[in-house]
Design a protein around this ligand. Structure first.
Ligand SMILES: *Cc1c(COP(=O)(O)O)cnc(C)c1O
Length: 396
């Protein structure tokens, strides 16, 4: 672990707190460091490596596309971009797609779309957003302003005006916040960075009703929980509540940077030529990768298998909660995004997993362990995680 870390310490911005490891290779749900040590990956690049690390069909599609055409800009049409848009629309409520390169950009596009749509149809007074406390929508100014965690704002204010935040699952607070001035309500159906907090169906239904009543757009940020993680292609399908706009990124291209904002046609029409753009957005290589990801997710039985694996993971975590009621406060999540909230801080357990068991997970808010494995994780790998957690809970 010498040179790579040394170079990084010297030259890279200090904005990340990194684990003391440099990875050089990945295969399936496994990662390998410089010394060839193997790690089991329940992080998956933060819900990005949907199909695991370097799966053959993904690598092949990227190679083929790179050999043919890497970039031309959005001054022209390209097939991979058109095909991915087609797949997204054929398999969701969406009728139009805007491509960008990251989650924050997808959120920015959704926010700009909501304001523009309201401006066009109802005038400039209708420009407020309602978002949730504990939410996370990204680090650029619009997305940061939507993010309901003041810790991320510190030192960066003033934020973009016009955002109100209400507690997740608080229907009364939501009713009080949405008004004729609201142009959009933005929420994650399951709050990811907030600590894996599933919203209730009642709360989502009320959000839908309020948006209809006040002619505001309902925006689902599915950047973390979309693309198969819940066992449905999209989390809104899991809940049965349909938004007007949806943001996607993270897992959409299996590890290449791609973001998308999708909407009904009548809504997306507010983005006329020249109103919004992205140089790299929907570039052919990223879209060739996304096509493989989407086709894999849509193949027969793939998502059913995610549901079953999610149940296996959940069952294991629930058993641990029963075994260690003095340590485990709550287990929650849907499908293959699950979390175990501890009563005390979780750094020791995380360290045990990482150092002793070579298992990767993420620790949020100091005491919540989050598991977002590749969707192709094997049952015996889930068992290995549960066994390691059991040992760790005993020892730490
Ligand atoms: C990660 C995330 C984002 C931001 O994505 P970036 O690609 O890091 O900009 C936005 N919303 C949600 C729900 C996320 O999980």
């Amino acid at each position: 672990m010498g040179v790579i870390r040394d170079l990084g310490e010297i030259y890279l911005a200090g904005n990340y707190k990194r684990f003391p490891v440099a990875f050089v290779k990945g295969q399936g749900s496994r990662l390998y460091d410089e010394e060839g040590r193997e790690y089991l990956d329940f992080c998956a690049g933060i819900a990005v490596c949907t199909l695991g690390h370097s799966p053959k069909p993904l690598v092949e599609a990227i190679r083929e596309q790179a050999e043919k055409l890497i970039h031309v800009s959005n001054l022209y049409w390209t097939e991979p971009q058109a095909r991915v848009a087609e797949l997204l629309c054929q398999n969701s409520f969406a009728e139009k797609v805007f491509f960008c390169n990251s989650g924050a950009e997808a959120v920015e596009a959704a926010l700009k779309l909501a304001r523009r749509y309201a401006w066009k149809h109802f005038g400039p007074e209708k420009h407020e957003f309602v978002a949730l406390e504990r939410s996370f929508h990204g680090r650029t100014y619009g997305a940061l302003s939507a993010t309901g965690q003041p810790v991320y704002w510190q030192g960066f204010e003033p934020l973009v005006p016009g955002f109100r935040h209400v507690p997740p699952n608080d229907i009364e607070a939501l009713r009080a916040a949405v008004s004729e001035k609201t142009c959009g309500v933005i929420l994650e159906p399951i709050l990811g960075e907030g600590g894996v907090i599933p919203l209730s169906k009642e709360f989502l239904e009320e959000a839908r009703r309020l948006c209809d009543e006040h002619r505001a757009l309902l925006i689902f940020d599915e950047i973390q929980v979309g693309l198969g993680r819940t066992g449905k292609l999209f989390a809104y399908q899991y809940y049965g509540v349909t938004p007007d706009v949806m943001t996607l990124a993270k897992g959409i291209a299996g590890g290449l940077p791609l973001g998308a904002t999708v909407a009904r046609e009548e809504v997306m029409a507010a983005l006329e030529p020249g109103t919004h753009a992205s140089t790299f957005g929907g570039n052919p290589v990223a879209c060739a990768a996304a096509r493989v990801v989407l086709k894999t997710l849509l193949a027969p039985d793939f998502l059913e298998e995610v549901t079953l694996k999610g149940k296996a993971l959940r069952k294991g975590l629930d058993a641990l909660q029963e075994e260690f009621p003095e340590k485990v406060k709550e287990v929650r999540g849907v499908g293959l995004i699950q979390a175990m909230e501890l009563k005390d801080e979780g750094a020791k357990l995380m360290n045990f997993l990482f150092e002793e068991k070579k298992i990767l997970a993420t620790l949020i808010h100091g005491n919540i362990l989050r598991f977002t494995p590749p969707l192709v994780i094997a049952y015996r790998e889930i068992d290995a995680l549960i066994e390691a957690l059991r040992e760790g809970l005993k020892k730490t």
